[in-house]
Structure formats: structure tokens, C-alpha cells
Write a protein that binds this ligand. Structure first.
Ligand SMILES: [Zn+2]
Length: 313
């Protein structure tokens, strides 16, 4: 090979590699390289089917709205011991990733709670697929009110909860319990639960970041609050920036949420021991995701999950 040609190749090959990588990255962002819906559904079916922790199957996923009654039933039990609630949502945490996490780190919160009470597959998106978006607002509204958007009014992130449907925070407050929702995604308060938050500001605490949410929830538990409910954004943020998948960036985000949950659960368990309180501890997700987003009807987007320290379903 001529010296000149060789020198040219030394320059051109790296340039070509960079250009190809950039093109693939661009196509990935545009969703061109995302798997087709059928392929993605088949992948979820295969993966979930191979995960041992789930008590139910994809065919009989539990509507996410059902968690509302579970929380109320626990809190409404009469007499001693005092009933307490810790509900932590890992925003946009894939069910497949939760199952994988439990397999790889069985001592972490998802795995350890699943071993104590159980783990269940749920679904977002309304009674019929496509009735409402598999979005944060619709997911939380369903879990908080116990009914879908046709009754609570929140089908999209831009919707506001109807004043006729009330959240678990409000219903517990009406029973004289101290309940609060901690979060760092502002629309929870300024859009979705706006009317309730204006009327009862003590039910909502905007915490600025996951670190803020964690600290405020910990204080809530330690101060003797009855119901501490929170949303951690690690997984949703990772999904929207590096993809909803089982690769290390996304799995590291789950690990971050688990670290926070571990400390919050330890604080609740310490109170249970010291004060003889009966804590229902639930972890879950509001929706899943595919590619770099969510909102649609695929199994990856609509399959949610719950794990709890008691048999809740
Ligand atoms: Zn979300």
C-alpha cells in the first residue's frame, strides 16, 4: 500500500466510525431501531414468564387502581396496633427490570419484600388498552383514587383530578390521619392534583429532587406520620435519557431507588419495633416504557408491578 493511501485510511476510518455511530444513535433516538410492538411484547412475555417472583401472570395482571383499596383497608383497621403506610413508587420502573433486580439482588427492597409478602404484576392505561395514556399523571391518579380516568378525569399529564374523586391522602386526612405525598415532579401538585393541593397544602410536598424526596420521606416516617407516600424519579429519568431497557444505566437507576427505599423501610421497621406499629410497605411503578418513552399500549409500557411486605392481593 502506498504511504499516501495508508495515511488517508488512518484519517478516514475513525471518521467513518464516528459518522456511523452518530447515525445509529440518531436512528435510536428517532425510534427507527426500536423493536416492533409485537417483538417487544413477545420479549416481555418471555422475560416475565421466566421470572419466579411474580404471583400472577401477564394474562391476569391487576389493575393499578386496586392499590387504593389495599392502602385504605390497611389503614382503616380498628384498634391496636397503630396502622401505618409506606408507599414508594419507582417512576417508570419496568416490571421486567423489577424482576431482574429481585433475582440479582434478592436482599434489596424488591426482592426482600417479595419474599415476605409477595410480588404482583399490574397494568396501567385504563380498563381497556388505549382508554388512557400510560403516563405518570394517569398512573398516579388511578392508584390514588381507585378509579380510572373515565371517573377521575386524568387521562394525560395535562389533566387535573376531578373534585368528585379524592386521593388516598385526602381520604386518610378526612379520617384524622396524617398523610402526605412527597415528589420532585412538580405537575403532581401544579396540574394533576392542583385543586386538592390548593385546598389541603399539607397533603403535598414538592421536594425538588430525589435526594429531597428521600430526606423528607425519612423525616415523615421518623416524625410519626401515618401515611408516607412518595415518588422517586431515578428510573423514569434514566428511561427518557438512556432508554427503558435492562442495560446498566437503567438498572443503576433502579439500584439508586432501591438504596433510598432500603433506608426508608429500615426507618419504618425501626418504628414498628419501638412503638409496636403495623406498617404496610408497598413498592410499585406507575407505568413502564419502551425505547425512550411511554404512553402507549405495549406490554412494556402498560405492565406495572407491586411488591409488599404483606399479602395484599
Ligand atoms: Zn411516571
Amino acid at each position: 500500500m502506498k504511504k499516501k493511501t495508508k495515511r488517508l485510511l488512518i484519517i478516514l476510518i475513525p471518521v467513518a466510525i464516528v459518522l456511523i455511530a452518530a447515525a445509529l444513535y440518531g436512528l435510536g433516538l428517532l425510534g427507527v431501531l426500536s423493536p416492533s410492538a409485537e417483538k417487544s411484547d413477545a420479549q416481555v412475555i418471555r422475560m416475565i414468564g421466566a421470572q419466579a417472583i411474580w404471583q400472577n401472570r401477564l394474562e391476569d395482571r391487576i389493575p393499578q387502581t386496586a392499590i387504593s383499596d389495599v392502602m385504605m383497608r390497611h389503614m382503616e383497621q380498628e384498634g391496636e396496633p397503630p396502622r401505618k403506610l409506606l408507599f414508594i413508587v419507582y417512576d417508570g420502573a419496568l416490571a421486567t427490570a423489577a424482576g431482574l433486580r429481585a433475582e440479582k439482588n434478592p436482599e434489596a427492597p424488591i426482592g426482600s419484600l417479595a419474599a415476605k409478602g409477595g410480588a404482583w404484576l399490574g397494568f396501567a392505561g385504563g380498563a381497556k388498552p388505549g382508554d388512557q395514556s400510560t403516563s405518570t399523571s394517569a398512573g398516579f391518579a388511578g392508584m390514588f383514587t381507585g378509579v380510572w380516568a373515565d371517573r377521575n378525569g386524568v387521562a394525560e399529564n395535562s389533566d387535573t383530578l376531578s373534585p368528585e374523586t379524592r386521593t388516598v391522602m385526602y381520604r386518610l386526612h378526612a379520617q384524622g390521619k396524617q398523610a402526605r405525598f412527597f415528589f420532585s415532579w412538580e405537575p403532581h401538585m401544579t396540574v394533576n392534583n392542583r385543586l386538592e393541593a390548593e385546598e389541603f397544602p399539607a397533603l403535598y410536598e414538592y421536594c425538588g429532587s430525589d435526594a429531597g424526596t428521600f430526606t423528607a420521606m425519612l423525616e415523615g416516617i421518623e416524625d410519626g406520620m401515618d401515611a408516607v407516600i412518595g415518588s422517586l424519579e431515578y428510573t423514569d429519568s434514566a428511561g427518557h435519557t438512556t432508554g427503558f431497557n435492562l442495560r446498566s444505566r437503567y438498572m443503576n437507576a433502579i439500584a439508586n431507588a432501591e438504596n433510598d427505599a432500603m433506608a426508608l423501610i429500615a426507618a419504618a421497621e425501626e418504628r414498628a419495633e419501638t412503638y409496636g406499629e403495623d406498617w404496610l410497605i408497598v413498592l410499585g411503578s406507575d407505568h413502564g416504557g419502551t425505547g425512550y418513552g411511554h404512553g402507549g399500549t405495549s406490554l412494556a409500557e402498560s405492565t406495572t408491578w407491586f411488591v409488599a411486605n404483606q399479602k395484599i392481593f
